[in-house]
Design a binder for this molecule. Structure first.
Ligand code: NAD
Length: 398
């Protein structure tokens, strides 16, 4: 093994052990239809007088949050609204949210939306806690290290698991570089898993966000140094996704499938909290940043290629996942291949393509160097890659 890779492995082991042992404050979970209406009392009990509701233009346009706003008023909690969050929040978007939070003198954040809204809220919280640091200055591991305002995270996709994780993914407005702020203090105080808010999620977004959750669970488990806790969460998540994603895709109004997908996404978030993501994400972040391909879609397309490229290094673990979801095979390798095929099959059934149409060869250098920078040494991936291995995968993706 190259000396540099030995250094990477020692570094990864240290971080994985830290993430496993660190006093990570888990979000308190409330779940079930209508659970969003428990938030006003929680806010009141904390003695907080005014909150910023962070959401998207769509939720305001559809009017679906009106009863929730009324429930805040009813218990005497004032609120302001920041509804300008677009997919993949940029540094500019965060600064606008910071200005609104400060102008309105808010004391906590209620994030109602997908990963973009929750990540915007986390970065907003970090800026409030550390007013002298810019968002890019907080990129990377443990750069916030200060309590941020309470976040009540209500995911409306299932999904990113951001309601559980210590990360916030932000896009730099200047160069479209997607980076992560990773700090234990970013874990929201509360995760409110209310399936009624995901019922209106269009089928295509249900599909790609569900595959995002699957990517989290698979990467956290196949990574090195996977703790029993990470494995437990990853297995729970994979099982729930195989049992519920297609149902939620085909029948968006199935509340049970929606609730189970929210749980799956939350569990996958817990899995990456202790054992990180991997190279699927390192490539997907580059592609999402450069071309605006949605995060879940990029992960769904890339995952089978990366798993295949890892070869025998992951066949034992992938064969375990195959068994978990009832896929058989004559050998470990065959079961692993069948599991990868099942991911492709699921993509196909949900009309997710198997290539990235936007990908251009002229961008390979940027994408491979961003993937190396993001993945190494942080992610405890099964096999350590440099630019040339990433380039191979990019060629397959075209
Ligand atoms: P998203 O939040 O960008 O939302 C996707 C689209 O769905 C948006 O147009 C949104 O308005 C719409 N939408 C959301 N909920 C809806 C609903 N219930 N009904 C109708 N429309 C709805 O998508 P996402 O996949 O949840 O989040 C992606 C972002 O999260 C990316 O930036 C990604 O990098 C990041 N991410 C973060 C983490 C983390 O741990 N922090 C993990 C994975 C991904």
């Amino acid at each position: 093994m190259k000396l540099r890779n030995v250094y990477y492995r020692v570094h990864q082991f240290g971080f994985s052990a830290f993430m496993y042992l660190a006093p990570l404050r888990d979000a308190k979970v409330l779940s079930g239809a209508g659970s969003i209406y428990k938030i006003p009392e929680l806010v009141k009990q904390e003695g907080l007088k005014k909150v910023l509701v962070v959401t998207t233009p769509g939720f305001i346009r559809r009017g679906s949050l009106t009863p929730f706003f009324e429930s805040l008023t009813k218990v005497g909690v004032s609120y302001a609204v920041f509804s300008e969050v677009q997919p993949d929040p940029t540094t500019d978007c965060i600064e606008e949210a910071v200005a609104r939070y400060s102008k309105e003198q808010c004391e906590a954040i209620i994030a109602i939306g997908g990963g973009s809204v929750i990540d915007c809220s986390k970065a907003l919280g970090a800026r409030i806690a550390r007013p002298k640091k810019s968002i890019p200055q907080m990129a990377g591991l443990l750069k916030v290290l200060k309590r941020i305002p309470n976040i009540y995270a209500v995911p409306t996709t299932a999904g990113t698991g951001s309601e559980a994780t210590a990360g916030a993914v932000i896009t730099n407005a200047a160069d479209h570089y997607k980076f992560t702020i990773l700090d234990l203090c970013l874990v929201p105080q509360y995760a409110i898993l209310d399936p009624e808010l995901t019922v209106g999620l269009p089928a295509h977004i249900t599909a790609v966000t569900g595959m995002d959750a699957l990517t989290h669970a698979v990467e956290a488990y196949t990574n090195r140094f996977c703790s029993p806790t990470a494995k437990k969460y990853a297995f729970e998540s994979v099982k729930l996704i195989y049992e519920n994603l297609l149902t939620a895709y085909e029948d968006g109004s199935n509340l049970k499938a929606r609730e189970n997908m929210l749980l799956a996404s939350y569990y996958a978030g817990m899995a990456i909290n202790s054992n990180f993501i991997g190279y699927v994400h390192a490539i997907a972040h580059g592609i999402g940043g450069l071309y605006g391909v949605t995060h879940g879609m990029a992960n769904a397309i890339i995952m089978p290629y990366v798993l295949e490229a890892f070869g025998d290094a992951t066949s034992k673990k992938l064969s375990n996942l195959a068994e978990l979801v009832g896929i058989g095979g004559a050998s470990e390798q065959k079961k692993a291949k069948a599991f990868i095929d099942s991911i492709r099959e699921m993509n196909k059934k949900m009309n997710i393509p198997d290539k990235v149409a936007e990908l251009q060869e002229k961008d390979f250098k940027t994408l491979t160097s961003r993937a190396v920078k993001e993945g190494n040494p942080t992610y405890p991936v099964p096999v350590i890659w440099e630019e040339k291995e990433f380039e191979e995968v990019l060629k397959w993706l075209r």
